[in-house]
Design a protein around this ligand. Structure first.
Ligand SMILES: N[C@@H](CCC(=O)N[C@@H](CS)C(=O)NCC(=O)O)C(=O)O
Length: 152
């Protein structure tokens, strides 16, 4: 069984969407990040970077003790590989998928997060945020060739 330490944000939902698509059974372990659950010792032992999601696979392939993985992109690669779906094994197509996962983790995810942050800033207190909003909005947009990328 997979435990997913989770709170309903885009980074958490990426993983639950994949689990549903794979038809893989899993249990949600709520991490209330508004209340600070991510700073508890037992959570920091799994992810010293105090961020959900974190996955624990109690029945890893080949047996042995549970495998713990943090970072949503890395969790997705783990699950897809375990299920033998959405993670091609030949070098050419594997890296077609891999590059888009890495692109999402390094660009669209964090830049959209920054965009949301600057949109919520109290402009009366902190001043005009237009520059930051425009910059992060542009950087978070998927490249136009997305339409030709089934791997996305
Ligand atoms: N790159 C990480 C980002 C995870 C992340 O930022 N999680 C946020 C919620 S979306 C979190 O747990 N924040 C709690 C904190 O910063 O203390 C991933 O994709 O897993």
């Amino acid at each position: 069984m997979i435990d997913l330490h989770y709170w309903p944000t885009p980074n958490g939902k990426k993983v639950t969407i994949l689990l549903e698509e794979l038809g893989m059974p899993y249990k949600i372990v709520p991490v209330n990040i508004g209340r600070g659950d991510q700073f508890k010792d037992e959570f920091l032992e799994m992810n010293p970077n105090h961020r959900m999601p974190v996955m624990v696979d109690h029945e890893p392939k080949g047996g042995g003790k549970p495998i713990v993985v943090f970072e949503s992109g890395s969790i997705m690669m783990y699950l897809a590989e375990k299920a033998g779906k959405f993670w091609p094994q030949d070098t050419r197509t594997k890296y077609e998928v891999n590059q888009w996962v890495v692109w999402q983790m390094a660009n669209q995810g964090p830049k959209s997060g920054e965009c949301g942050h600057f949109r919520r800033v109290d402009q009366a207190k902190e001043g005009d945020q237009k520059y930051a909003i425009t910059r992060f909005h542009r950087r978070g947009e998927p490249p136009l060739r997305r339409a030709q990328q089934p791997a996305l």
